[in-house]
Design a protein around this ligand. Structure first.
Ligand code: RM4
Ligand code: MN
Ligand code: MN
Length: 430
């Protein structure tokens, strides 16, 4: 197996921190055992936790106004694989890459798969892109794609999604994520019902091409690039479409795609209840689709979402098994560092949610003890589970302190030399 970061360096750096970690771990284990929790079980769950990294997150994203490229940015999907391998090797919890087409399109997908295999990386959900025109494209998506008024444009967008399924099949992916930029900027511009009908017609053709063991995930987003209405505006339109299409179609929740203050954890609960939760795009947001680092602003909200997810696990809810992915845009940080940090923050929310005393919570809920129910959640949230996360990494040959090891490795400076800026970029969004 190829090593993105020399394992000798990781071991050497871990050596310096291992003694203190063991002390902190034992102390936390003792504390948790007082409430009947076995730290070893929690560490095993942390080790089993898997999150996909978005290929497009490995480059500097850019705002709506500009993009300031970083040093040694990946110029193609092979280089993105290398960066994703760094993230996984150090964090130990991101073994999957979620590709975006045509940004990551290659001639030979078996070569790409082999390349990822050589780093021990697999492939998460495949994302189709019909929100942007590509050079040489026959029809423009300026006025929409899957819901466009013109049949030829819809056919082109459907054909792209079918190609994505085929490419994903060659990578051994198991899901297609569809987000469209379709919508309108002016009241009256678009007939809401007809646009949704056209979308559903196109989506049916895509759905019928899914391999048996695949799922299709639909992503809603209330605005941008369309600023008055979008065709899959909210979780309501999303679940309606998913119900129309069939069992293998589910809704995907991107944390930044809701109106401010929307109760996302409750949406998650509803989707779980109706077996329609397909997956997540984790990120954080203050105003809109800000694509900030996960857990950087609203760690409690992220914890409350995981509280719903763990509750579903605990109740062994039928049809539950969402895909976890990050979807972020990094403008002022090294994307590798942001993605490592974010992966750890998402994993942290999961472990904290496992610490919740579910029996106590249930009984407070049944007895309408609002204060103690809330305190039960807060008690879990307030526990610092860092030693569990660090121990999971240490046992999985990752880094106790991933950012420190990454910085010590000189990886970024090295890529700066190996990857001279090519002018155009397949990384980032702008
Ligand atoms: C969108 C949406 C999609 C992602 C693109 C790049 O806002 O979140 O998931 O594919 O951005
Ligand atoms: Mn997204
Ligand atoms: Mn987004």
């Amino acid at each position: 197996m190829k090593e993105a970061i020399p394992s000798a360096l990781i071991a050497e750096q871990n050596e310096k921190l291992a003694r203190d970690l063991h002390k902190d771990y034992d102390a936390l284990g003792e504390k948790l055992s007082r409430t009947g929790l076995d730290i070893e079980q929690l560490t095993a769950r942390a080790q089993a936790f898997e999150l996909a990294v978005p290929s497009w997150g490995a480059g500097t994203g850019g705002t709506r106004f500009a993009r300031f490229p970083g040093v040694g940015e990946p110029r193609n999907i092979f280089e993105k694989v290398e960066d994703c391998a760094v993230i996984h090797q150090l964090s130990g919890c991101t073994p999957l890459i979620s590709p975006h087409f045509p940004w990551d399109q290659v001639e030979d997908f078996s070569e790409l798969k082999q390349y990822a295999d050589s780093y021990g990386m697999g492939w998460g959900s495949v994302n189709s892109n019909t929100f942007q025109d590509q050079p040489g494209q026959t029809h423009s998506y300026k006025y929409g794609s899957l819901s466009h008024t013109a049949e030829a444009v819809r056919e082109q967008a459907v054909a792209h999604n079918l190609a994505c399924i085929e490419w994903g099949r060659q990578l051994d992916s198991k899901a297609l994520t569809v987000w469209v930029g379709d919508g309108s900027n002016h009241p009256g511009q678009q007939h809401f019902q007809r646009a949704f009908e056209r979308y559903l017609d196109s989506a049916r053709t895509i759905y019928s091409a899914l391999p048996d063991d695949w799922e299709m995930h639909i992503e809603h987003k209330m605005f941008e690039p369309a600023f008055y209405s979008t065709v899959i505006q909210d979780w309501g339109s999303n679940i309606l479409a998913a119900m129309e299409l069939g069992d293998k179609c589910k809704s995907l929740v991107d944390l930044g795609h809701h109106a401010p203050n929307v109760n996302i954890e409750m949406i998650v609960s509803r989707l779980i209840q109706f077996k329609k939760l397909g997956g997540f795009h984790f990120n954080d947001s203050k105003y809109g689709d800000d694509d900030l680092d996960s857990g950087s602003l609203h760690p409690y909200q992220q914890f409350l979402i995981f509280n719903e997810l763990v509750d579903a696990e605990y109740r062994q809810q039928d049809g539950f098994g969402p895909d976890y992915m990050l979807d972020q845009s990094h403008n002022v940080t090294d994307p590798i560092e942001s993605l490592i940090n974010s992966a750890v923050e998402v994993q942290r929310s999961y472990i904290k949610a496992l610490v919740v005393d579910r029996e106590a919570l249930n009984s407070y809920q049944e007895n309408n003890d609002a204060l103690m129910a809330s305190n039960t959640l807060k008690a879990a949230f307030n526990i610092d589970v860092s030693p569990i996360l660090a121990m999971a990494r240490l046992r999985g040959k990752g880094a106790i302190d991933p950012i420190a090891v990454y910085r010590a490795s000189g990886y970024r400076a090295e890529t700066g030399k190996k990857r001279p800026a090519s002018g155009g970029s397949s990384s980032g969004i702008v």
